[in-house]
Every structure is written in structure tokens, then in C-alpha cells.
Design a binder for this molecule. Sequence first.
Ligand code: ADP
Ligand code: MG
Length: 243
Amino acid sequence: MTAIANPSVSIQDLSLNFGAISVLETLNLDVAEGEFIVLLGPSGCGKSTLLNCIAGLLDISDGRIFIKGKNVTWEEPKDRGIGMVFQSYALYPQMTVERNLSFGLRVAGLPKEEIAKRIARASEILQIEPLLQRKPAALSGGQRQRVAIGRALVRDVDVFLFDEPLSNLDAKLRSELRVEIKLLHRKLENTMIYVTHDQIEAMTLADRIAVMKGGVIQQLDAPQTIYNRPVNRFVAGFLGSPA
Ligand code: ADP
Ligand code: MG
């Protein structure tokens, strides 16, 4: 693996066991500042587990995790400088969109004006201004997912983690939001780690794709390299050219 100077996220010898079962074993991954990394692999290969370790939602069994040079291995999720978007939108159903966006910021004690400024910016970027006074039940799936992304956006974090954010959407919305996420990344220039089992999503979004199988990264390369020069039969079968 090529070394990356000053990685935005650095995962070093990470292992994670659930009881006697090893899900991730001495996994290493460096993500460059501003890079869009896709974790791609079949269901059950450990993608969500890895993302949850980075987010601090799971205690790791061994290894270290650095974000922006800081060892966050034992930091609370809220102190890691990350924003996470899940497959199920995880919005608060009883709150308006505006409340959903502001809730975490209020809890963190941010001044009102700053909260308003961040919500205005996020809702402009994601084009959800007309939805601010609605509740999640009155939104379409695509709108809900925009709000979920907005909630990560208002936190003004350096690193975004996405766990299959588009899998609950129909094909048309999926391709629309794929484009929006790509544009969002161009605009924000932040680091994104994006989990999917969808090859097309990976090919279109990623600067580099980490192809995973059984908790192990099989290949970490640019989409074209993976497509044209898969390192093994698994990668070839999952994503490589049929030749
Ligand atoms: P993916 O996101 O790639 O579909 P996961 O990270 O969810 O895969 O799961 C990886 C493996 O870990 C699977 O075999 C799954 O059954 C197992 N696993 C996930 N969460 C738990 C848990 N809380 N307890 C025990 N095993 C789990
Ligand atoms: Mg998963």
C-alpha cells in the first residue's frame, strides 16, 4: 500500500471480534485529505462494522484509529469530527426538518445565529429550504435522505461516513442522489468514506475503491485500475472486466 502523507483517516492494525468471531483482522487503511473512498463488498463482509469502528459506535478489539492526526481510538463518537449518514434515515419523526437539523447543534450549545447560518447553508446546498417546516412523515424517501445528509453537513465536520445511504431508494432517485453526493463532495472537498455493495455507485463516486471480502481489503485502487487489473479472482468477479 502506498503511504499517504498526513492522512485524514488512518486505520492501523484494526481488529474487531464479536465474541469468538473475528469480523475484521489487522486491517490497515489510510484515507487522504479530501479523498472519496468507497468500501465495496458483498453483504456481511464487514463494511458497516468498519464504518462503525471509525465512527466510534463499536469498541475495537485491537489497533488504532487516527482522524486528522489525532488518536481517536477511545474518543466518544461526538468528539471524532465525523458526520454519519445511514441507510435508514434515522430522523426524529416528531420533529420538523429544521429541528432535525438543529437538534444536535443545540445540544452542543452552539449560538442561535450560528445554528441558523449553518442550516441556511446546508438547506441551500441540498435544496431542502421548502421542506424545513415539514415533518419526516411528509417527505419522500429522497427528501428524507437529503435531510439526513443535511444533518451531517450542519455539523461542519471534516469526515463524512455514509452507510449505503441510497439502498432504500428506487433506481431513478438513486442515480439522482448519486450525482448530488458527487457534487457535494466537489463543493465541500471533505473526506468521504462511503459503504456500498453496488458496483456502479462505487465506480462513479470513488477516487479509490477498497474491495472487501471476509473482513479483509482485497484491493485498494482507483476504479479504473480495479476494473482493468483486478488482483484476484474475487475482485475480478465482483467488479473487474469480464475478460
Ligand atoms: P456488511 O455491512 O458488509 O454487510 P457487517 O459489517 O454488517 O457487514 O457484518 C459483518 C459480519 O459481522 C457479518 O458476518 C455479521 O453477521 C457480523 N455481525 C455484525 N454485527 C454483529 C453483532 N452485533 N454481533 C455479532 N455479529 C455481528
Ligand atoms: Mg452493512
